[in-house]
Design a protein around this ligand. Structure first.
Ligand code: PHE
Length: 456
Protein backbone atom coordinates (compact mmCIF):
# COMPACT_ATOMS: atom_id res chain seq x y z
CA UNK A 1 0.00 0.00 0.00
CA UNK A 2 2.80 2.34 1.04
CA UNK A 3 4.54 1.82 -2.30
CA UNK A 4 1.42 2.61 -4.26
CA UNK A 5 0.67 5.71 -2.21
CA UNK A 6 4.13 7.12 -2.43
CA UNK A 7 4.98 6.47 -6.01
CA UNK A 8 7.59 4.20 -7.46
CA UNK A 9 10.95 5.49 -6.34
CA UNK A 10 11.46 2.36 -4.30
CA UNK A 11 15.21 2.10 -4.60
CA UNK A 12 17.41 4.21 -2.38
CA UNK A 13 20.01 5.07 -4.99
CA UNK A 14 17.10 5.78 -7.32
CA UNK A 15 15.81 8.39 -4.87
CA UNK A 16 19.08 10.33 -4.89
CA UNK A 17 19.31 10.07 -8.67
CA UNK A 18 15.72 11.25 -8.90
CA UNK A 19 16.56 14.34 -6.87
CA UNK A 20 19.45 15.11 -9.22
CA UNK A 21 17.24 14.36 -12.23
CA UNK A 22 14.66 16.80 -10.93
CA UNK A 23 17.21 19.58 -10.51
CA UNK A 24 18.96 19.16 -13.86
CA UNK A 25 16.64 20.18 -16.63
CA UNK A 26 15.51 23.06 -18.76
CA UNK A 27 16.24 25.36 -15.84
CA UNK A 28 19.95 24.98 -16.50
CA UNK A 29 20.15 24.97 -20.27
CA UNK A 30 17.13 27.11 -21.21
CA UNK A 31 16.17 29.33 -18.27
CA UNK A 32 19.57 30.18 -16.81
CA UNK A 33 21.04 31.67 -20.03
CA UNK A 34 17.93 33.68 -20.81
CA UNK A 35 17.62 35.08 -17.29
CA UNK A 36 21.34 35.89 -17.28
CA UNK A 37 21.03 37.56 -20.67
CA UNK A 38 17.99 39.57 -19.65
CA UNK A 39 19.61 40.65 -16.35
CA UNK A 40 22.94 41.97 -17.48
CA UNK A 41 25.29 38.95 -17.51
CA UNK A 42 28.18 38.66 -15.04
CA UNK A 43 26.62 40.59 -12.14
CA UNK A 44 23.56 38.31 -12.33
CA UNK A 45 25.86 35.29 -12.24
CA UNK A 46 27.53 36.54 -9.05
CA UNK A 47 24.16 37.12 -7.37
CA UNK A 48 22.95 33.74 -8.59
CA UNK A 49 25.96 31.96 -7.07
CA UNK A 50 25.38 33.78 -3.75
CA UNK A 51 21.73 32.68 -3.80
CA UNK A 52 22.68 29.06 -4.51
CA UNK A 53 25.16 29.01 -1.65
CA UNK A 54 23.33 31.05 1.00
CA UNK A 55 19.75 30.12 0.22
CA UNK A 56 19.76 27.13 -2.12
CA UNK A 57 22.03 24.60 -0.42
CA UNK A 58 20.76 25.17 3.17
CA UNK A 59 17.19 24.96 1.97
CA UNK A 60 17.86 21.80 0.02
CA UNK A 61 19.32 20.25 3.18
CA UNK A 62 16.19 21.41 5.06
CA UNK A 63 13.87 19.79 2.51
CA UNK A 64 15.94 16.61 2.67
CA UNK A 65 15.75 16.63 6.48
CA UNK A 66 11.97 17.16 6.49
CA UNK A 67 11.49 14.39 3.93
CA UNK A 68 13.72 11.81 5.55
CA UNK A 69 12.39 12.54 9.03
CA UNK A 70 8.72 12.43 8.10
CA UNK A 71 9.14 9.58 5.60
CA UNK A 72 6.26 10.97 3.63
CA UNK A 73 5.54 13.20 0.65
CA UNK A 74 6.03 16.97 0.49
CA UNK A 75 2.58 18.12 1.49
CA UNK A 76 2.03 15.58 4.27
CA UNK A 77 5.48 16.10 5.74
CA UNK A 78 4.64 19.28 7.63
CA UNK A 79 1.68 17.95 9.63
CA UNK A 80 3.57 14.70 10.22
CA UNK A 81 6.33 16.71 11.87
CA UNK A 82 3.87 18.53 14.11
CA UNK A 83 2.72 21.47 11.98
CA UNK A 84 -0.53 22.93 13.24
CA UNK A 85 -2.94 25.60 12.01
CA UNK A 86 -1.91 27.49 8.90
CA UNK A 87 1.40 25.58 8.66
CA UNK A 88 -0.52 22.59 7.40
CA UNK A 89 -1.25 24.49 4.20
CA UNK A 90 2.39 25.01 3.29
CA UNK A 91 2.31 21.61 1.68
CA UNK A 92 -0.61 22.60 -0.47
CA UNK A 93 1.18 25.76 -1.59
CA UNK A 94 4.04 23.54 -2.71
CA UNK A 95 1.74 21.23 -4.68
CA UNK A 96 0.10 24.20 -6.36
CA UNK A 97 3.44 25.77 -7.31
CA UNK A 98 4.70 22.61 -8.98
CA UNK A 99 1.45 22.27 -10.83
CA UNK A 100 1.62 25.82 -12.14
CA UNK A 101 5.27 25.41 -13.18
CA UNK A 102 4.43 22.30 -15.16
CA UNK A 103 1.80 24.24 -17.11
CA UNK A 104 4.51 26.18 -18.94
CA UNK A 105 7.38 23.73 -18.41
CA UNK A 106 5.43 21.24 -20.54
CA UNK A 107 5.25 23.85 -23.30
CA UNK A 108 9.04 24.31 -23.35
CA UNK A 109 9.53 20.56 -23.05
CA UNK A 110 7.43 20.36 -26.21
CA UNK A 111 9.75 22.84 -27.94
CA UNK A 112 12.72 20.59 -27.20
CA UNK A 113 10.89 17.67 -28.79
CA UNK A 114 10.23 19.79 -31.90
CA UNK A 115 14.00 20.43 -32.06
CA UNK A 116 14.68 16.68 -31.73
CA UNK A 117 12.39 16.19 -34.72
CA UNK A 118 13.93 19.09 -36.64
CA UNK A 119 17.45 17.82 -35.97
CA UNK A 120 16.40 14.28 -36.92
CA UNK A 121 14.92 15.42 -40.23
CA UNK A 122 18.01 17.50 -40.96
CA UNK A 123 15.82 20.60 -40.80
CA UNK A 124 18.47 22.66 -39.03
CA UNK A 125 21.11 22.33 -41.76
CA UNK A 126 22.07 25.03 -44.22
CA UNK A 127 20.35 27.95 -42.51
CA UNK A 128 21.46 31.42 -41.51
CA UNK A 129 21.17 32.83 -37.96
CA UNK A 130 18.22 34.93 -39.16
CA UNK A 131 16.50 31.75 -40.43
CA UNK A 132 16.86 30.06 -37.05
CA UNK A 133 15.30 33.06 -35.31
CA UNK A 134 12.46 33.32 -37.83
CA UNK A 135 11.80 29.55 -37.70
CA UNK A 136 11.53 29.63 -33.92
CA UNK A 137 9.17 32.61 -33.91
CA UNK A 138 7.01 30.99 -36.56
CA UNK A 139 6.95 27.74 -34.63
CA UNK A 140 6.01 29.12 -31.19
CA UNK A 141 3.43 31.51 -32.59
CA UNK A 142 1.77 28.79 -34.67
CA UNK A 143 -1.66 28.10 -33.16
CA UNK A 144 -1.47 24.31 -33.64
CA UNK A 145 2.04 22.84 -33.83
CA UNK A 146 3.35 23.76 -30.35
CA UNK A 147 0.10 22.47 -28.88
CA UNK A 148 0.66 19.06 -30.47
CA UNK A 149 4.12 19.01 -28.91
CA UNK A 150 2.63 20.06 -25.58
CA UNK A 151 0.27 17.05 -25.77
CA UNK A 152 3.20 14.83 -26.66
CA UNK A 153 5.45 16.07 -23.86
CA UNK A 154 2.72 15.84 -21.24
CA UNK A 155 1.67 12.45 -22.62
CA UNK A 156 5.21 11.16 -22.23
CA UNK A 157 5.45 12.49 -18.68
CA UNK A 158 2.09 10.95 -17.81
CA UNK A 159 3.11 7.68 -19.46
CA UNK A 160 6.20 7.41 -17.28
CA UNK A 161 4.21 8.09 -14.11
CA UNK A 162 1.40 5.68 -15.07
CA UNK A 163 3.67 2.85 -16.09
CA UNK A 164 5.65 3.27 -12.89
CA UNK A 165 8.93 3.37 -14.76
CA UNK A 166 10.36 6.42 -13.01
CA UNK A 167 12.96 4.22 -11.41
CA UNK A 168 14.13 2.96 -14.78
CA UNK A 169 14.22 6.48 -16.17
CA UNK A 170 16.25 7.71 -13.22
CA UNK A 171 18.68 4.85 -13.62
CA UNK A 172 19.00 5.56 -17.31
CA UNK A 173 19.77 9.17 -16.51
CA UNK A 174 22.76 7.97 -14.52
CA UNK A 175 24.29 7.29 -17.94
CA UNK A 176 22.48 9.94 -19.95
CA UNK A 177 23.20 12.94 -17.73
CA UNK A 178 26.99 12.44 -17.79
CA UNK A 179 26.61 12.14 -21.57
CA UNK A 180 24.74 15.44 -21.64
CA UNK A 181 27.56 16.90 -19.59
CA UNK A 182 30.19 15.71 -22.09
CA UNK A 183 28.16 17.14 -24.98
CA UNK A 184 27.87 20.45 -23.17
CA UNK A 185 31.63 20.60 -22.56
CA UNK A 186 32.33 19.90 -26.25
CA UNK A 187 29.85 22.60 -27.25
CA UNK A 188 31.55 25.09 -24.92
CA UNK A 189 34.78 24.36 -26.79
CA UNK A 190 33.02 24.94 -30.13
CA UNK A 191 31.30 28.11 -29.00
CA UNK A 192 34.23 29.92 -27.41
CA UNK A 193 36.35 29.41 -30.52
CA UNK A 194 33.83 31.07 -32.85
CA UNK A 195 35.07 34.39 -34.24
CA UNK A 196 33.82 37.25 -32.05
CA UNK A 197 33.06 34.94 -29.10
CA UNK A 198 35.20 36.81 -26.57
CA UNK A 199 32.59 39.52 -25.99
CA UNK A 200 30.15 36.82 -24.95
CA UNK A 201 32.63 35.33 -22.49
CA UNK A 202 33.18 38.79 -21.03
CA UNK A 203 29.43 39.35 -20.82
CA UNK A 204 29.03 36.23 -18.68
CA UNK A 205 32.17 36.35 -16.59
CA UNK A 206 32.94 40.04 -16.06
CA UNK A 207 30.37 41.45 -13.65
CA UNK A 208 29.13 44.96 -14.30
CA UNK A 209 27.37 45.87 -11.06
CA UNK A 210 25.99 49.09 -12.50
CA UNK A 211 23.45 46.89 -14.25
CA UNK A 212 22.06 45.49 -10.98
CA UNK A 213 18.52 46.56 -10.09
CA UNK A 214 16.07 45.17 -7.52
CA UNK A 215 14.73 42.95 -10.29
CA UNK A 216 18.18 41.38 -10.72
CA UNK A 217 18.19 40.17 -7.10
CA UNK A 218 14.71 38.72 -7.47
CA UNK A 219 15.61 37.07 -10.77
CA UNK A 220 18.78 35.51 -9.31
CA UNK A 221 16.90 34.15 -6.32
CA UNK A 222 14.06 32.85 -8.49
CA UNK A 223 16.51 31.12 -10.80
CA UNK A 224 18.24 29.45 -7.85
CA UNK A 225 14.91 28.09 -6.58
CA UNK A 226 13.80 26.98 -10.02
CA UNK A 227 17.04 25.35 -11.04
CA UNK A 228 17.56 23.49 -7.76
CA UNK A 229 13.89 22.37 -7.61
CA UNK A 230 13.49 23.83 -4.13
CA UNK A 231 10.55 25.59 -2.51
CA UNK A 232 7.89 23.11 -3.61
CA UNK A 233 8.57 20.05 -1.54
CA UNK A 234 9.48 17.74 -4.38
CA UNK A 235 12.98 17.08 -3.04
CA UNK A 236 11.31 16.42 0.27
CA UNK A 237 9.35 13.57 -1.28
CA UNK A 238 12.48 12.01 -2.79
CA UNK A 239 14.38 12.39 0.47
CA UNK A 240 11.73 10.32 2.22
CA UNK A 241 13.40 7.39 0.47
CA UNK A 242 17.00 8.38 1.23
CA UNK A 243 18.89 5.80 3.26
CA UNK A 244 19.51 6.61 6.92
CA UNK A 245 23.24 6.90 6.30
CA UNK A 246 22.95 9.26 3.32
CA UNK A 247 24.82 12.47 4.04
CA UNK A 248 22.28 15.24 3.44
CA UNK A 249 24.90 17.99 3.18
CA UNK A 250 27.04 15.95 0.83
CA UNK A 251 24.12 15.14 -1.44
CA UNK A 252 22.88 18.74 -1.45
CA UNK A 253 26.34 20.08 -2.26
CA UNK A 254 26.84 17.53 -5.03
CA UNK A 255 23.46 18.18 -6.63
CA UNK A 256 23.77 21.97 -6.34
CA UNK A 257 27.37 21.83 -7.60
CA UNK A 258 26.56 19.78 -10.70
CA UNK A 259 23.43 21.81 -11.36
CA UNK A 260 25.33 25.09 -11.16
CA UNK A 261 28.18 23.79 -13.29
CA UNK A 262 25.77 22.76 -16.05
CA UNK A 263 24.12 26.19 -15.90
CA UNK A 264 27.42 28.07 -16.18
CA UNK A 265 28.62 25.82 -18.99
CA UNK A 266 25.33 26.42 -20.80
CA UNK A 267 26.01 30.14 -20.46
CA UNK A 268 29.46 29.54 -21.92
CA UNK A 269 27.82 27.95 -24.94
CA UNK A 270 25.09 30.50 -25.45
CA UNK A 271 26.72 33.91 -24.91
CA UNK A 272 29.89 33.48 -26.99
CA UNK A 273 27.76 32.06 -29.82
CA UNK A 274 25.10 34.77 -29.46
CA UNK A 275 27.74 37.49 -29.72
CA UNK A 276 29.46 35.68 -32.60
CA UNK A 277 26.30 35.57 -34.72
CA UNK A 278 24.71 38.82 -33.53
CA UNK A 279 21.85 37.55 -31.35
CA UNK A 280 20.72 39.84 -28.51
CA UNK A 281 21.60 38.23 -25.12
CA UNK A 282 18.34 39.64 -23.76
CA UNK A 283 16.23 37.78 -26.34
CA UNK A 284 14.21 36.08 -23.56
CA UNK A 285 12.83 32.52 -23.65
CA UNK A 286 13.82 32.12 -27.31
CA UNK A 287 17.53 32.69 -26.63
CA UNK A 288 18.73 29.08 -26.41
CA UNK A 289 16.56 27.86 -29.23
CA UNK A 290 17.77 30.45 -31.72
CA UNK A 291 21.42 30.35 -30.65
CA UNK A 292 22.20 26.64 -30.32
CA UNK A 293 21.65 25.56 -33.94
CA UNK A 294 24.25 28.15 -34.97
CA UNK A 295 26.79 26.47 -32.70
CA UNK A 296 26.20 23.03 -34.24
CA UNK A 297 26.28 24.16 -37.82
CA UNK A 298 29.04 26.76 -37.57
CA UNK A 299 31.38 24.66 -35.47
CA UNK A 300 30.96 21.45 -37.46
CA UNK A 301 30.44 23.26 -40.77
CA UNK A 302 32.86 21.10 -42.74
CA UNK A 303 31.36 17.88 -41.44
CA UNK A 304 27.58 18.16 -41.87
CA UNK A 305 27.01 14.56 -40.76
CA UNK A 306 28.75 15.34 -37.47
CA UNK A 307 26.61 18.45 -36.97
CA UNK A 308 23.56 16.29 -37.71
CA UNK A 309 24.48 13.50 -35.28
CA UNK A 310 25.65 15.88 -32.59
CA UNK A 311 22.59 18.12 -32.68
CA UNK A 312 20.22 15.16 -32.68
CA UNK A 313 21.92 13.55 -29.68
CA UNK A 314 22.08 16.86 -27.83
CA UNK A 315 18.39 17.63 -28.19
CA UNK A 316 17.50 14.06 -27.25
CA UNK A 317 19.54 14.30 -24.06
CA UNK A 318 18.04 17.70 -23.29
CA UNK A 319 14.53 16.28 -23.77
CA UNK A 320 15.43 13.46 -21.36
CA UNK A 321 16.69 15.96 -18.77
CA UNK A 322 13.43 17.88 -19.17
CA UNK A 323 11.43 14.68 -18.75
CA UNK A 324 13.02 13.75 -15.41
CA UNK A 325 12.25 17.26 -14.14
CA UNK A 326 8.69 17.17 -15.48
CA UNK A 327 8.09 13.86 -13.69
CA UNK A 328 9.10 15.50 -10.43
CA UNK A 329 6.63 18.29 -11.12
CA UNK A 330 3.72 15.98 -11.97
CA UNK A 331 4.22 13.59 -9.06
CA UNK A 332 3.16 15.96 -6.21
CA UNK A 333 -0.21 16.99 -7.75
CA UNK A 334 -0.85 13.35 -8.68
CA UNK A 335 -0.25 12.26 -5.11
CA UNK A 336 -2.34 15.09 -3.77
CA UNK A 337 -5.36 14.14 -5.87
CA UNK A 338 -4.78 10.47 -5.06
CA UNK A 339 -4.57 10.96 -1.31
CA UNK A 340 -6.95 13.84 -0.70
CA UNK A 341 -9.76 12.65 -2.95
CA UNK A 342 -9.10 8.92 -2.64
CA UNK A 343 -8.86 8.60 -6.40
CA UNK A 344 -6.67 5.84 -7.77
CA UNK A 345 -3.28 6.89 -9.12
CA UNK A 346 -4.17 5.71 -12.57
CA UNK A 347 -6.97 8.30 -12.62
CA UNK A 348 -5.30 10.92 -10.45
CA UNK A 349 -2.30 11.25 -12.80
CA UNK A 350 -4.39 11.91 -15.94
CA UNK A 351 -6.52 14.43 -14.04
CA UNK A 352 -3.41 16.31 -12.88
CA UNK A 353 -2.03 16.15 -16.43
CA UNK A 354 -5.25 17.32 -18.04
CA UNK A 355 -5.29 20.45 -15.89
CA UNK A 356 -1.68 21.19 -16.88
CA UNK A 357 -2.50 20.66 -20.54
CA UNK A 358 -5.51 22.98 -20.42
CA UNK A 359 -3.60 25.79 -18.77
CA UNK A 360 -0.54 24.93 -20.89
CA UNK A 361 -2.58 25.50 -24.06
CA UNK A 362 -3.30 29.05 -22.91
CA UNK A 363 0.39 29.58 -22.02
CA UNK A 364 1.47 28.30 -25.43
CA UNK A 365 -1.06 30.41 -27.34
CA UNK A 366 0.10 33.46 -25.39
CA UNK A 367 3.35 33.25 -27.37
CA UNK A 368 1.38 33.81 -30.55
CA UNK A 369 -2.28 34.48 -31.22
CA UNK A 370 -3.05 35.43 -27.60
CA UNK A 371 0.00 37.64 -27.18
CA UNK A 372 -2.27 40.67 -26.87
CA UNK A 373 -3.70 39.50 -23.52
CA UNK A 374 -1.41 40.82 -20.80
CA UNK A 375 -1.41 40.51 -17.03
CA UNK A 376 0.78 43.14 -15.39
CA UNK A 377 2.37 43.82 -18.77
CA UNK A 378 3.31 40.15 -19.29
CA UNK A 379 1.83 37.53 -21.57
CA UNK A 380 0.45 34.46 -19.81
CA UNK A 381 3.61 32.39 -20.33
CA UNK A 382 5.82 35.07 -18.76
CA UNK A 383 3.24 35.70 -16.05
CA UNK A 384 3.27 32.04 -14.98
CA UNK A 385 7.04 31.96 -15.07
CA UNK A 386 7.27 35.16 -13.00
CA UNK A 387 4.67 34.16 -10.42
CA UNK A 388 6.00 30.67 -9.84
CA UNK A 389 9.76 31.15 -9.98
CA UNK A 390 9.98 34.61 -8.46
CA UNK A 391 7.13 34.58 -5.95
CA UNK A 392 5.70 31.16 -5.10
CA UNK A 393 8.94 29.13 -4.95
CA UNK A 394 10.74 31.68 -2.72
CA UNK A 395 7.60 31.92 -0.59
CA UNK A 396 7.50 28.13 -0.22
CA UNK A 397 11.20 28.22 0.63
CA UNK A 398 10.70 30.96 3.22
CA UNK A 399 7.92 29.03 4.95
CA UNK A 400 9.96 25.81 4.85
CA UNK A 401 12.94 27.57 6.42
CA UNK A 402 10.78 29.15 9.12
CA UNK A 403 9.14 25.82 9.86
CA UNK A 404 12.39 23.91 10.01
CA UNK A 405 14.18 26.61 11.99
CA UNK A 406 11.49 27.56 14.48
CA UNK A 407 8.81 24.87 14.62
CA UNK A 408 10.39 21.51 13.87
CA UNK A 409 11.74 19.64 16.86
CA UNK A 410 15.36 20.79 17.15
CA UNK A 411 16.64 17.38 18.20
CA UNK A 412 14.97 15.72 15.24
CA UNK A 413 16.40 18.27 12.83
CA UNK A 414 19.90 18.03 14.26
CA UNK A 415 19.89 14.26 14.22
CA UNK A 416 18.84 14.31 10.56
CA UNK A 417 21.35 16.86 9.36
CA UNK A 418 24.21 15.58 11.48
CA UNK A 419 23.57 11.93 10.63
CA UNK A 420 23.74 11.12 14.34
CA UNK A 421 26.71 13.44 14.89
CA UNK A 422 29.01 12.45 12.08
CA UNK A 423 29.26 16.08 11.00
CA UNK A 424 31.30 18.75 12.87
CA UNK A 425 29.35 20.78 15.45
CA UNK A 426 30.51 24.14 14.05
CA UNK A 427 29.04 23.32 10.67
CA UNK A 428 25.76 22.44 12.32
CA UNK A 429 25.71 25.69 14.33
CA UNK A 430 26.34 27.73 11.19
CA UNK A 431 23.61 25.80 9.46
CA UNK A 432 21.12 26.45 12.23
CA UNK A 433 21.84 30.19 12.15
CA UNK A 434 21.48 30.22 8.37
CA UNK A 435 18.17 28.42 8.26
CA UNK A 436 16.59 30.25 11.24
CA UNK A 437 17.72 33.79 10.56
CA UNK A 438 19.92 34.53 7.56
CA UNK A 439 17.94 32.68 4.94
CA UNK A 440 14.45 33.99 5.89
CA UNK A 441 15.80 37.53 6.20
CA UNK A 442 17.55 37.27 2.83
CA UNK A 443 14.37 36.11 1.09
CA UNK A 444 12.26 38.81 2.78
CA UNK A 445 14.87 41.48 1.97
CA UNK A 446 14.88 40.52 -1.71
CA UNK A 447 11.07 40.71 -1.79
CA UNK A 448 11.01 44.09 -0.05
CA UNK A 449 13.82 45.39 -2.24
CA UNK A 450 11.79 44.46 -5.30
CA UNK A 451 8.94 46.54 -3.91
CA UNK A 452 11.38 49.47 -3.81
CA UNK A 453 11.88 49.59 -0.04
CA UNK A 454 15.68 49.57 -0.05
CA UNK A 455 16.39 50.77 -3.56
CA UNK A 456 19.50 48.65 -4.29
N1 PHE B 1 14.78 22.22 -11.61
C1 PHE B 1 14.08 21.89 -12.80
C2 PHE B 1 14.89 22.36 -14.00
O1 PHE B 1 15.93 22.95 -13.83
C3 PHE B 1 12.69 22.44 -12.83
C4 PHE B 1 11.93 22.21 -11.58
C5 PHE B 1 11.56 23.28 -10.78
C6 PHE B 1 11.62 20.90 -11.17
C7 PHE B 1 10.93 23.09 -9.56
C8 PHE B 1 10.95 20.69 -9.96
C9 PHE B 1 10.63 21.78 -9.16
O2 PHE B 1 14.52 22.19 -15.11
Amino acid sequence: MEQVTRGNFGSKLGAILAAAGSAIGLGNVWRFPYETGANGGGAFLVLYLCCVLIIGVPLMVAEFAVGRRSRTNGYRAFPTLGAKGAWKYVGFLCVLTGWLILCYYGVVQGWTIEYVVQAGMNGLAGKTPADYAADFTNFVSDPVKPLLYLFLSMGLTLGVILMGVQKGIERASKVLMPMLFVFIVVLVGCSVTLPGASDGIKFLLLPDFSKVTPATFLAAMGQAFFSLSIGMGCLCTYASYFPKEANLFGNALNIAGIDTMIAILSGLIIFPAAYAVGIEPGAGPSLVFITLPNVFYQAFGQWPWLAYAFSLMFYLLLAMAALTSAISLLEPPTLWIHEEFHIRRRYAAPIATAICVLVGIACSLSMGVWDGYKIGGMNLFDFFDFTTAKILLPLGGLLTALFVGWKMDKKALLSEISNERVLPQTLIRIYYALIRVVLPLAIIAIFLNELGLFGF
